[in-house]
Design a protein around this ligand. Structure first.
Ligand code: ZN
Length: 236
């Protein structure tokens, strides 16, 4: 059995990817910019309800692709993209699969989630944004919201991350998850697009090749990505 990825290892891999992409250790990630920089051809489109996304690369690793469910919230889409980056860059034994919410997660899926959490919400980056007084007591909802907006992640992802950093008590988790976050964010004057779906039919990346055409003709779908992989790697 493969050993699970430890939090420290995940943080190190996340740091390596940040440095390779010219980002510093703690800054919030602008995901579309990162995907463009890394040259990962990314397509956002509606997938089945429980699917988050999938990724694949040609056998020579020169071309990397990602498909993200545009029905997920934008915050969740960022997490999915970060999860897929783990598969593309660090997964020791990548097996083509659709990453989804409705199955018991195998180890590689949990590792990809741990990595995604570290990449998007670096510990020091978060700590640096929490007021000193709240570090000693409890994090306020205003700070929680601000962190979500700053690091562009879903409410759930930030609550779990703060819990794993021991910044939120276990006894507060359920209450915080139950907040009507869109209403609270709106009442605090924030743009709520983070908590809504979007990006339908957006394609990132400049391929000008077969691959782009295939994506745009909708030839890639959850059921068709093996076919795509064959066509792309056979067409070079
Ligand atoms: Zn996955």
């Amino acid at each position: 059995m493969t050993k699970r990825l430890l939090k420290e290892q995940a943080a190190n891999l996340a740091l390596r990817l940040r440095i390779d992409a010219g980002l510093n250790e703690n800054e919030p990630i602008h995901m579309k910019g990162l995907l463009l920089k890394l040259g990962v051809l990314t397509r956002y489109r509606p997938l089945s309800e429980t699917a988050y996304g999938l990724s694949l690369q040609t056998s020579d690793k020169r071309h990397k692709f990602m498909l993200i469910n545009s029905n997920s919230t934008r915050g969740r889409q960022h997490f999915t993209a970060a999860h897929e980056l783990f598969h593309l860059y660090f997964d020791a034994s990548p097996t083509p699969h659709v990453c989804r919410s409705d199955v018991e997660k195998p180890q590689s899926e949990r590792d990809a989630d741990t990595f995604a959490s570290c990449l998007l919400m670096p510990a020091q980056g978060i700590l640096g944004e929490v007021p000193q007084t709240e570090l000693k007591t409890a994090i306020s909802v205003a700070t929680l919201l601000r962190l979500e907006q700053l690091f562009a992640v879903s409410h759930e992802a930030m609550v779990y991350r703060l819990r794993s950093l021991s910044l939120i008590a276990e006894s507060d988790v359920a209450k915080l998850l139950n907040l009507a976050i869109i209403d609270v964010a709106r009442a605090n004057g924030y743009d709520v697009s983070l908590y809504k779906s979007g990006n339908e039919n957006v394609t990132l990346g400049d391929f000008g090749s077969n691959a782009r055409k295939l994506f745009e003709q909708e030839k890639i779908s959850e059921g068709h990505y093996f076919e795509l992989l064959n066509q792309i790697s056979g067409g070079e």
